[in-house]
Ligand binder design. Structure first.
Ligand code: GRE
Ligand code: ZN
Length: 333
């Protein structure tokens, strides 16, 4: 049968995320009735599957046809916490994840959680996770203090990723208060505003902006070995490459087309958005060698994780590339 490796799969460290929530202050939405429950259900789903690498998660993997999950921390990650406590909180996340992986070493791998508040510590933690814990890359959940990875303060983080030769997954995260107020507030309930700002639309657009910023800033010229993962079929940007080339070329600023940077540095994943129309479109845009499978467990729980690829109208070589071979090569699994 088809070997399947999925790479945008999350767990929660409950005590660490509670501390992150307490130290971060309130979410940028005026809560109304039901909002707290809504956030709990959407962003902190089913405790057993979210917190444990075993039990119901393994049962789901067996049923949905997943051989290996590459696991990272989900919402309320200390990556985004703009305070010194983030350094220790990230270590606790990584140590907990490594311990749980060691109980099922054939079924799980890990992505590092790094404290962007302190870039030197973040670079050290990435290296510790790879060299001592056996992790296969890093995942960041959005910005820290409103700063994206193209900020030059993060050069040590990008250099560390090149040195270990493993990717950074540029996952979405809660947008800044100013973005939420400026773009997503309106005449609708708090749950609608928050969904619009986050997993309904806004944080995906922001994650696409994050990749573009790395291209436009010259960060990828300074770090030619940097490898990036981008979920949700490339967070809008992967479907817009031709437009980027037509527009940014006229600025005569970059040496290469935006799409050249994109196709050299970025691997995209579906994050559980299983529509064959999107797969076919993005196959044409980036090719089968740049697509890696993912589910976005436990936020999305699908019974057709292997089935989506098994049913796709693909040559078998491309099916295997997307299901496992690209992940094996990029992550050295
Ligand atoms: C995600 O990881 O993509 C995610 C969350 C929280 C809610 C929904 C969602 O982290 O898709
Ligand atoms: Zn995710």
């Amino acid at each position: 049968s088809l070997r399947v490796i999925t790479v945008e799969e999350h767990f929660h460290h409950p005590e660490v995320s509670a501390e992150v929530r307490a130290l971060s202050g309130p979410l940028p939405v005026t809560p109304d009735e039901g909002f707290a429950t809504f956030v709990q259900d959407e962003f902190m789903p089913d405790q057993d599957s979210a917190e444990r690498l075993g039990g119901s998660r393994l049962a789901h993997m067996d049923k949905a046809g997943i051989d290996v999950q590459v696991v990272s921390h989900g919402a309320f990650s200390p990556t985004n916490l703009d305070r010194p406590e983030a350094v220790d909180l990230c270590r606790r996340v990584n140590d907990r994840l490594a311990l749980q992986i060691s109980e099922h070493p054939t079924r799980f791998r890990g992505f590092a959680t790094i404290p962007l508040h302190d870039p030197a510590a973040a670079a050290d933690e990435m290296k510790r996770c790879v060299h001592e814990l056996g992790f296969v890359g890093t995942l960041i959940t959005g910005t820290c203090g409103g700063r994206f990875l193209d900020d030059e303060r993060f050069d040590p983080v990008l250099s560390a990723a090149e040195a270990v030769d493993l990717p950074i997954y540029v996952h979405p995260g809660f947008p800044d208060n100013s973005a939420v107020a400026g773009y997503y507030a309106g005449n609708w309930p708090a749950a609608v505003q928050f969904t619009f700002a986050t997993h309904g639309f806004g944080w995906h657009m922001e994650a696409g902006v994050h990749i573009l910023r790395l291209i436009l800033s010259g960060a990828l010229d300074r770090h030619p070995g940097l490898k990036l993962l981008s979920g949700h079929w490339g967070e809008f940007a992967a479907g817009w490459l031709d437009r980027f080339d037509g527009t940014f070329a006229k600025t005569r600023y970059l040496e290469r087309d935006v799409s050249d940077y994109y196709r050299d540095h970025v691997w995209i994943t579906p994050s559980g958005m299983y529509t064959h129309n999107q797969l076919n479109y993005l196959l044409g845009e980036v090719g089968a060698d740049r697509i890696i499978h993912s589910e976005d467990f436990p936020y999305l729980v699908r019974d057709d994780v292997a089935g989506f690829l098994a049913d796709a109208d693909l040559p078998d070589d491309q099916r295997h590339a997307i299901a496992h071979r690209n992940a094996e090569q990029l992550l050295r699994i």
